[in-house]
Design a binder for this molecule. Structure first.
Ligand code: FES
Length: 338
C-alpha cells in the first residue's frame, strides 16, 4: 500500500498509456486553519445535539399527544397528530446523526488519497501490521480521542435514538399476567350454545352430538373478545361405557356428556372438528388429534398436553352446568409461561 499526498509529478510528457497518477491533493481550510477546524467541530456537535433534541421531542410526542388528536394536512387530509409527530421527529433525529457524521467526515477526517496496489489475497505480515497502524493513525487523526465535544454529542445522540424502540413496547398492550389462567367458568354456570345463546339441557344432546358453548353470564356482564376466546368449550356426548377417564375425573361428566376447552394446547387454534366414529377431536391448524374417550389425550400432532377438561353436571332443572372452573390454564402451553 502506498500513500500519495501530492500525486506523481513528472517533467516529461506522458504517453497516452502511461499512469497519470493522482491529481495534487487539495487541502481543506479545516486542514490548515485551526479556527476553521474548530468551527467545523462545533457544526458537527450542533447537528448531533439537534438530533438528541429531536429524539426527546419524539419521546414527548409519544407521551404527550393523545391518539385521538387529528390534524388536517392539505393533500393528505385528516392525519393522526401523534403518528405524524413520531414519524417526523424520529426521521429528523436519524437524519441529523447522518448529516453530522457526513459533515465530520468531509471537513475533519483525513481525506488523503490512498492507492492500494493489487497483490495476492493474503497480505504480507508487514502490510497487515501497516493496516493496523494506519487504522490507529486514522482514529487518532479523526480526533476520536481529542475531539471530546464531538465524541460526547455523538454518544448522546446515538444513545438516545437507540431508546426509541423501547417506547413502541407500550403499544403492544398490557402483559397478560394472570388473565390467561382465568376464565368465566365457575360452579353452577350454565352452558349456552355459541352461536345462538340457547341454554343447553342434557336431554338436548343425543349420543354422537357435538355443541359449541360458552358460560351463561349474569345480565349486563361485559364480555371481551378475550373472554369469548378463553371461555370457548366443546361438548360431546358419547355412550358412558365408551369413556375411559382417570379415576379422579369420572364424575366430571354427565351421562357420557363431556366438555373440553376448545383452544388447542399447541398454538391456540379452535379445535372444532369432531370425528364421530373415532371419537377424536381435531385441530385444523397442525392436525393435533385428541382422544375424547381418554380425556382429550394427544394421540397425534404437535400439541404437548391434553385439552383442559371442564367438569360438568346438571342442575335441578336438567340444564348442563359447570361443576367448577377450569383447574388448569386453557390455551397453548406458552401462555402459562407468559
Ligand atoms: S394449533 Fe392446534 S395443532 Fe397447532
Amino acid at each position: 500500500m502506498s500513500n500519495s499526498h501530492g500525486g506523481h509529478e513528472s517533467s516529461t510528457e506522458l504517453s497516452p498509456l502511461s499512469d497519470p497518477g493522482l491529481p495534487p491533493h487539495v487541502y481543506r481550510r479545516a486542514d490548515t486553519e485551526p479556527a476553521m477546524a474548530k468551527k467545523a467541530e462545533r457544526q458537527v456537535a450542533i447537528l448531533f445535539g439537534l438530533s438528541a433534541i429531536s429524539t426527546i421531542a419524539f419521546i414527548a410526542s409519544f407521551v404527550g399527544i393523545q391518539k385521538d388528536v387529528f390534524i388536517f394536512i392539505p393533500l393528505f387530509g385528516s392525519t393522526q397528530a401523534q403518528q405524524l409527530a413520531l414519524g417526523f421527529t424520529l426521521a429528523l433525529s436519524l437524519f441529523l446523526i447522518g448529516a453530522g457524521a457526513v459533515h465530520w467526515a468531509k471537513t475533519l477526517m483525513p481525506d488523503h488519497e490512498v492507492i492500494q496496489e493489487r497483490h495476492e489475497l493474503r497480505s504480507s505480515d508487514e502490510d497487515r501490521q501497516g493496516v493496523i497502524e494506519v487504522f490507529h493513525e486514522g482514529a487518532e487523526a479523526a480526533g476520536l480521542g481529542r475531539r471530546s465535544l464531538i465524541k460526547r454529542t455523538l454518544l448522546g445522540s446515538m444513545g438516545l435514538v437507540t431508546l426509541t424502540p423501547i417506547l413502541f413496547l407500550r403499544d403492544m398492550g398490557p402483559l397478560p399476567r394472570k388473565q390467561l389462567e382465568t376464565t368465566n367458568w365457575a360452579a353452577g354456570r350454565r352452558l349456552i350454545t355459541d352461536p345462538g345463546g340457547i341454554v343447553l339441557k342434557a336431554a338436548d344432546l343425543q349420543v354422537g352430538a357435538v355443541a359449541h358453548v360458552l358460560p351463561e353470564l349474569p345480565k349486563g356482564s361485559e364480555i371481551t373478545l378475550n373472554d369469548l376466546v378463553k371461555d370457548a368449550v366443546i361438548v360431546v356426548r358419547l355412550r358412558p361405557e365408551d369413556l375411559n377417564l382417570p379415576a379422579d375425573r369420572k364424575d366430571w361428566v354427565h351421562d357420557g356428556i363431556i366438555a373440553f376447552s376448545k383452544i388447542c394446547s399447541h398454538m391456540g387454534c379452535a379445535v372444532g372438528l369432531y370425528e364421530q366414529q373415532t371419537h377424536h377431536l381435531l385441530c385444523p391448524c397442525h392436525q393435533s388429534t385428541f382422544d375424547v374417550e381418554t380425556g382429550a389425550q394427544v394421540i397425534f400432532g404437535p400439541a404437548a398436553r391434553p385439552l383442559p377438561q371442564l367438569a360438568i353436571t346438571v342442575d335441578s332443572e336438567g340444564y348442563l352446568v359447570a361443576k367448577q372452573g377450569f383447574t388448569e390454564p386453557v390455551g397453548p402451553s406458552f401462555w402459562e409461561r407468559s
